[in-house]
Write a protein that binds this ligand. Structure first.
Ligand code: BGC
Ligand code: CA
Length: 427
């Protein structure tokens, strides 16, 4: 009896040390799969993880959170090129002003006045857009080598320090360009990019500035459309947003000035594609820069990969009266990556994915429907969790059983809070 126990213990000890050996070596997912009859259960901390829409970063300095971006070998971020898009948005507005110079100055006082709705003062994408508008319109001031992106509140007389009065010469006449007002659109519960708050703000701004407002600019379409519907449409004041949501694109026919497509059709694909590739144990570029077995491939005019930042960035396109008819369906999959993967070579896997704020127009009306189209094509069974946009806990509470999923796609409330998710995967 004693002998038997000893023998068993020895066998157990040998098995343990073998397991330790193989997990210490450079076993890839693929070789683990081939190793035994049953694939070894992957620890949550080793499962593929993609951050999307909000890049892990410091909300005060903007510095990338490399710990979160390097959580494991299969961690990535998917977003878009914020600076390229911001520059496009600024240029789009400036071009509009120049093309409509004879009518733009509504009260004829020589000042072109604009108001600006800011999404989230601690979000790099929002900051970039504020800077892009100010840079193009000549109202930017710099501090420590960067354009100040703080809201001005109210700036009726041009004395605010976060901006300056710009000067614009068109057809031999010089105009002053003034940011009359700007504020972060955050509601009392803490949700940022808040469309309803923007709809209220335009009412306040219109009653104090009236026909001094010649342009309405917004960090996104959700807030832009809320202001357009509440005021600028009726007052024929061009309003510019960002995201190319279907309702905003349609509104261009009714006087909405324009928007920027951040190529959500490419981002939604990439969000799920990096997970698919990691789960298949294939090169991460498969179906991205390199054509896959179904014919899916992206060309480099729609995205790029920054290896050091582990980040995929889609490129932006301006959507104006000139081309908006090509953008009316914002939930249509991008044709070059619309081919169904074969289910025997790419068997179904399950993904936990959250949308930080189910009330956010862009995420709920554009991004999530796109994800839902691609999840079928990529054979991924995705559980969509909709957050309230206010607290991280509202979402992390619903990640109570990470072991039930093969991979994770995370959209944080605040860009600094990556650790509240990775902690749950590390337990
Ligand atoms: C979009 C916004 C959205 C935000 C959420 C941005 O990329 O342009 O519309 O509210 O993401 O994080
Ligand atoms: Ca004026």
């Amino acid at each position: 009896m004693k002998k038997k126990v000893l023998a068993l213990t020895l066998t157990a000890a040998m098995m343990l040390s073998m397991a330790a050996c193989s997990s210490g070596g450079n076993t890839s997912d693929a070789s683990q799969d081939n190793g035994g009859t049953e694939a070894a259960e992957v620890a949550n901390k080793d499962k593929p993880l993609v951050w999307f829409n909000r890049q892990p970063s410091n909300s005060s300095t903007g510095e990338l959170d490399m710990t979160a971006l390097n959580f494991n070998d299969n961690t990535y971020y998917v977003g878009f090129d914020a600076n390229q898009g911001a520059e496009l948005q600024g240029t789009m507005i400036l071009d509009y002003v120049k093309a409509n110079i004879d009518t733009i100055d509504r009260n004829g006082d020589g000042i072109i006045g604009y108001v600006l709705a800011i999404g989230d003062i601690g979000h790099n994408d929002s900051i970039a857009r504020t800077r892009g508008v100010r840079a193009a319109l000549g109202t930017a001031v710099e501090k420590d080598g960067a354009i100040v992106s703080d809201p001005v509140g109210s700036n009726a007389d041009g004395s605010a320090t976060a901006v300056k009065d710009g000067s614009l010469e068109v057809n031999g006449k010089t105009y002053i360009v003034r940011e009359l007002a700007s504020q972060e659109m955050k509601n009392s519960a803490g949700a940022t990019w808040d469309a309803a708050t923007a709809g209220n703000a335009i009412g306040t701004w219109a009653s104090s500035f009236g026909d001094q407002i010649d342009i309405v600019a917004s960090n996104n379409d959700g807030m832009g459309m809320s202001m357009f519907n509440a005021w600028s449409k009726a007052n024929k004041v061009p309003t510019f947003g960002y995201d190319a949501n279907a309702d905003a694109v349609a509104a261009i026919a009714e006087g909405y000035g324009g928007t920027i497509s951040q190529h959500a059709d490419v981002q939604a694909y990439l969000t799920l594609r990096v997970l698919r590739n990691a789960l298949d144990g294939v090169d991460i570029d498969t179906g991205i820069g390199t054509e896959d077995d179904a014919g899916n491939v992206l060309s480099d005019d729609v995205y790029y990969y920054d290896e050091a930042a582990r980040s995929y960035y889609a490129l932006n396109v301006a959507v104006t009266a000139d081309n908006y008819t090509e953008f009316t369906d914002s939930t249509k999959v991008y044709e070059p990556v619309s081919n169904q993967l074969d289910a025997s070579a790419h068997p179904e896997k399950s993904v936990w994915l959250n949308i930080y704020n189910a009330a956010d127009n862009f995420l709920s009306a554009t991004y999530q429907p796109l994800l839902q189209n691609y999840d079928d094509l990529l054979n991924l069974k995705v559980e969509y969790i909709g957050g309230d946009g206010q607290t991280e806990a509202n979402i992390t509470n619903r990640l109570s059983n990470p072991s039930a999923y093969d991979a994770f796609a995370i959209n944080m409330v605040k860009t600094d809070n990556a650790a509240s998710y990775t902690a749950l995967l590390s337990q």
